[in-house]
Write a protein that binds this ligand. Structure first.
Ligand SMILES: NC(=O)c1ccc[n+]([C@@H]2O[C@H](COP(=O)([O-])OP(=O)(O)OC[C@H]3O[C@@H](n4cnc5c(N)ncnc54)[C@H](OP(=O)(O)O)[C@@H]3O)[C@@H](O)[C@H]2O)c1
Length: 243
């Protein structure tokens, strides 16, 4: 059976991704902090879809533990999906360095640390797919969330370079730009319904992107055009806008 490793398995988006892959017969390795929380999800996936789901402790903010974490998994997964992310109120990240640092660590340095190891392993095998969940916030810095956005921008560039490097080695990399998604991360924000996807849509989109070897996907199609327009605004005008 093929298998998928999910980093950040407690996230609503990760749960939806896990269900979509399990429905297609993938065994799952559900990774994150305090994995005892994942036991109900683990048994639900096993009973509902007849796959095997195992649990592994993973902390994005502890890069020193990442090699041991990955080597302890034993079997190499076919697909590795990095869903981890952290976003707080922008003001908090601006005023408190610890918060800004955590935002950068979870969304960028921690993700790079573990994906570097996975990339090495997949490259040596000459196969595998790596999926990174970035954000449209990484496509242009806005005053309302540029610390989170800049960490996601770093991750976007990392994924692009990784895809470029691994392509000749038979490893595929998918970048996901979900747009707004209704999850725990956004529960305190008032999001425009038309622009907001459900986690299940993200799950489906990620699965299709892996199967069809897509490079970069938006979940709701119009985000591509919204972001194109936003990126076309000249900086001299953009700096005066309240975004
Ligand atoms: N919701 C949106 O509108 C939206 C839009 C664009 C992109 N995204 C991205 O989509 C991904 C999933 O987000 P979500 O909306 O589903 O939010 P979420 O529920 O807050 O998911 C965040 C995930 O990251 C994990 N995480 C945070 N810090 C970690 C650490 N130090 N070590 C290991 N895991 C850690 C969380 O685990 P814990 O349970 O242990 O905290 C959780 O599983 C994130 O990368 C997010 O940036 C979301």
């Amino acid at each position: 059976m093929p298998s998928a490793l999910i980093l950040g398995a407690s996230s609503d988006i990760a749960v939806a991704i896990a269900r979509t892959f399990a429905a297609s017969g993938y065994d799952l390795i559900l990774c994150g902090r305090k994995t005892n929380r994942f036991a109900p999800m683990q048994s639900d996936l096993e009973i509902r879809f007849g796959v095997r789901a195992s649990l592994a402790e993973f902390d994005a903010e502890d890069p020193a533990s990442h090699r041991t974490f990955y080597e302890s998994l034993g079997k190499r997964p076919d697909v590795a999906i990095c869903v981890i992310g952290y976003m707080t109120e922008e003001k908090l990240a601006e005023q408190d360095w610890k918060t800004a640092e955590k935002t950068i660590q979870v969304n960028f340095t921690g993700a790079v640390s573990i994906l570097n190891l996975i990339a090495e392993d997949f490259a040596s095998a000459g196969k595998g797919t790596i999926v990174g969940i970035s954000s449209v916030a990484g496509l242009r810095g806005r005053q309302s969330n540029y610390i989170y956005g800049s960490a996601k921008a770093g991750f976007l560039t990392y994924l692009s370079g990784l895809r470029n490097r691994l392509f000749p080695l038979g490893v595929h990399v998918v970048t996901v730009l979900p747009g707004f998604v209704r999850t725990r991360m956004t529960e305190n924000l008032s999001l425009p319904p038309l622009l907001t996807a459900e986690p299940a849509e993200v799950g489906k989109a990620v699965f299709q992107a892996v199967k069809q070897k897509k490079n970069r996907i938006y979940v709701r199609w119009f985000w591509r055009w919204i972001m194109l327009l936003i990126r076309l605004i000249p900086e001299s005008r953009f700096k005066k806008m309240k975004l």
